[in-house]
Design a protein. Structure first.
Lengths: 251, 180
């Protein structure tokens, strides 16, 4: 683990750096492939930037609202770069809402836009995996397997390595290959693959939230997301098949 | 149609996998293993105190504890220390302890002493003269702050600084709820 990269007197948080680099690379990859999905590269970049702004501002404001008493003595901390003062889930919600409003205003079609965003999201997942690897979080459960790594006082599954390898595979398989199929398929394939990988890999984690006698809560959430992704994919394919049948009967 | 059946099979396999992954022993064994990481038991240490005697982390089990590694030459440590003092004055009698571990192996005793006097620190200051505890806690940058719950488990690690006072207050209030 390497939580800090020392550059002269400057101590850079490696986890944050990986996420920032992933955002940058993800924007590049998505904007290069935006035309394939029928979205203007510039519009897509603006969409991502607006989503990021919504995420950052929303996450901080929601955190401050929940812990207002902590900010009363030092209101300027609202502008602090400290990432601990952040509601990640709330930020994601506001970020998604911002993207939705921006997309509506620009008249962007939902599925092609989500397809265009997929390389960005897939790259972000790689960055998150690297961040986990850097700071030693999302660690594996104890194992006697030969590839176990010594971490946090025990030999553990290298869960962060599994995570990065899987995210890289999904980035290549779903995010970067030329898309075939109706609009929305690239994005929904990303959702299905990511949820499936999460469901599988969570079994090797040592920090799962356990419910009802040892069921891993994260796996239940991943299963639900997988089911939604599969249902969405089924619906798109069903509509496409119906359209083709109608076209054939007209002939 | 075949594709729909495939999706159903995938979901059933997923449910079976969830069943196979059930962890009856409790996968979160971290709280019983000492390691300088959030979710793990804070490694035990004992160091000489700046004003004589010794300071042992174990003596504060049952309280909310902040362990802050610092040095007098460290700019961010200088900037964040007044906030630590203010928070200690406000929450000290409600079950909060701040243990400031001076990286004495990288500092001088005289500079450390004048730093403590300059900032009027009233919480215990421990002297890590050989860097043993800094290594035990894998401190790679100063300041580094560990927030420890009454059960001795680390709830948060903040590497670098200066720490925002709001972060301190938020974490302290959360830990003090566990104390109650």
């Amino acid at each position: 683990m390497f939580p800090v990269i020392q550059v002269g007197p400057l101590a850079i948080q490696a986890a944050g750096l990986f996420v920032i680099v992933a955002v940058y690379v993800g924007v590049m990859l998505s904007s290069r492939r935006a035309d394939q999905a029928g979205v203007k590269a510039e519009t897509l970049e603006n969409l991502i930037v607006s989503g990021l702004m919504g995420f950052l501002a929303g996450g901080r404001v929601l955190f401050a609202l929940q812990h207002w008493s902590s900010f009363r003595a030092s209101p300027l901390d609202l502008l602090s770069p400290n990432p601990a003062l952040f509601d990640v889930a709330g930020g994601m919600g506001i970020g998604a809402l911002t993207v939705l409003i921006f997309g509506r205003r620009k008249g962007l079609a939902l599925w092609p836009t989500l397809d265009a965003l997929t390389p960005f999201l897939a790259t972000l997942m790689v960055g998150v995996g690297l961040a986990h690897l850097a700071d030693g979080s999302a660690f594996g459960r104890e194992t006697t397997l030969p590839w176990g790594i010594e971490l946090h006082g025990a030999v553990r599954h290298p869960s962060q390595v599994y995570e990065v390898a899987t995210a890289l595979f999904i980035l290549w398989w779903v995010g970067l290959r030329r898309a075939a199929g109706p609009a929305g398929m690239r994005f929904l394939n990303f959702v299905v693959w990511t949820a499936g990988a999460w469901l599988f890999l969570e079994a090797f984690r040592g920090d799962s939230t356990l419910i009802l006698g040892g069921i891993r809560l994260e796996q239940v959430v991943a299963w639900a997301v997988l089911a939604l992704g599969l249902a969405g994919r089924g619906s798109i394919i069903g509509r496409k098949d119906d359209g083709e049948r109608q076209e054939e009967s007209r002939r | 149609m075949q594709r729909r059946w495939m999706d159903v099979v995938i979901l059933i396999v997923g449910l079976v996998w969830i069943g196979l992954s059930v962890d009856r022993s409790g996968s979160a064994t971290a709280g019983r293993i000492p390691a300088p990481q959030a979710g793990f038991l804070a490694p035990a240490w004992e160091l000489p105190a700046q004003d004589g005697g010794t300071i042992a982390l174990a003596d504060w089990r049952g309280q909310a504890v902040i362990v802050n590694f610092w040095a007098s030459w460290c700019g961010p440590c200088r900037l964040e220390m007044p906030a630590f003092q203010r928070v200690y004055e406000e929450y000290g009698d409600r079950g909060l302890t701040i243990l400031a571990v001076n990286a004495t192996w990288q500092d001088s005793r005289r500079a450390m002493q004048s730093f403590v006097e300059e900032h009027g620190l009233t919480f215990p200051v421990a002297l890590d003269e050989e860097g043993r505890v800094s290594r035990l806690y894998r401190v790679s940058a100063l300041p580094t702050t560990f927030f420890i719950g009454p059960d001795g488990v680390i709830s948060k690690v903040v590497i670098g600084g200066p720490l925002a006072e709001a972060t301190l207050r938020t974490e302290v209030e959360r830990l003090l709820q566990e104390v109650r």
